[in-house]
Design a protein around this ligand. Sequence first.
Ligand SMILES: *Cc1c(COP(=O)(O)O)cnc(C)c1O
Length: 301
Amino acid sequence: MTSPGPRPLRPRLPSPLQPLDDAPFARRGVRLVLKRDDLIHPDLPGNKWRKLAPNLRAAAEAGDRTLLTFGGAYSNHLRATAAAGRLLGFATIGVVRGDELAGAPLNWSLARCAADGMRLHFTDRATYRRKAEPEVLAALRARFGAFRVIPEGGSNSLAAQGCSELGRELRGQADTVAVACGTGGTLAGLAAGLGPGQRALGVPVLKGGSPHFLHDTVAGLQQAAFGGVRGDWSLAEGFDCGGYARSTPELDAFADAFEQRHGLPVERVYVAKLLFALTALAGRGAFPPGSTVAAVVTGTP
Ligand SMILES: *Cc1c(COP(=O)(O)O)cnc(C)c1O
C-alpha cells in the first residue's frame, strides 16, 4: 500500500568533494577542494537544506502545519522554505523586509516563493528589526493563526546541529574549511563537526555593525546547540565588498575570471566573496604549503 503523504526531500548526501587546480593556490603549494553543497537538492541547495531539515522534522513531530519565517526581497532562505513547504505539505508564510514592495510586481525570487504557495507579508523596516519581539509575533498570530517560527536565515540551534554534519563529512579532508557567513548558523555547525586539527574560517558577506556582532552570534548559536563553544574557528574580515549583495569592480572581475578558468558558475552574493577572500589570503601566504583548503559552495547562481 502506498501512503498519500508528502514526498521525501531525497537529498544527495554526503555532498561531493571536487579538487580544483587553481593557479593562485597551486603557486603557493596549497590544494583547493570545493565542497559542493550546492548539489544537495535542486530546490533547497546547500546549507539551506542542512539548516531546514532538522527544523522541518521538529515541525512534523510537533504536528505544526504552518511555518512562518523572515527574509529580504531576494532571500535564498525564503525560497528554500517555500519549496520545502510545497514538497512536504506545510503551509508557509514569508515576512518580507520592506513595505514599499507591497504593491509592486513580485521580483523573480518572491514570485518563486508565491508559486510554491508561500503567503507573503510585507513589513516596514522598523517592524522587521523587531521581528523576534513578542508583540510583533502576537500581531502576526492575530493575522495568520498558529504557526511555527523559523528565524531569519533559518539559523537556530537545530540548524547549527544540522550543519555539524557538514563538518563531519569533511573530517580528514582538509586543514582549513571556509564558508561564507550571513547569519552565522552554517559556520557554527560546521566548526562543531570538524575533527581535531582542522580549522573553520568564516567570511562575512554583510558589513559588520559592531565588529564582534557576528562572532558573538556564532558563539551564541554554538552555546544553544552544543552547550558551549566548539571547534577552532575564526572570521576573515574585510571581504564584504561594501555589504550584503554589494560588489566592487574587483570582485566582479575576479568572479568572471574564476568562472572562465573553471567553467563553473559562481553564486555572487556569498560564494564569490568566499573564493575572493581565499584567493587573497592564499596570495598573502596565509595557508601553509602542502595544506588543503576546502571552500564550501553553499549555493547556485
Ligand atoms: C544563506 C546562505 C549563506 C549563509 O549562511 P548562514 O548560515 O546564514 O551564515 C551562505 N551561502 C549561501 C549561498 C546562502 O544562501
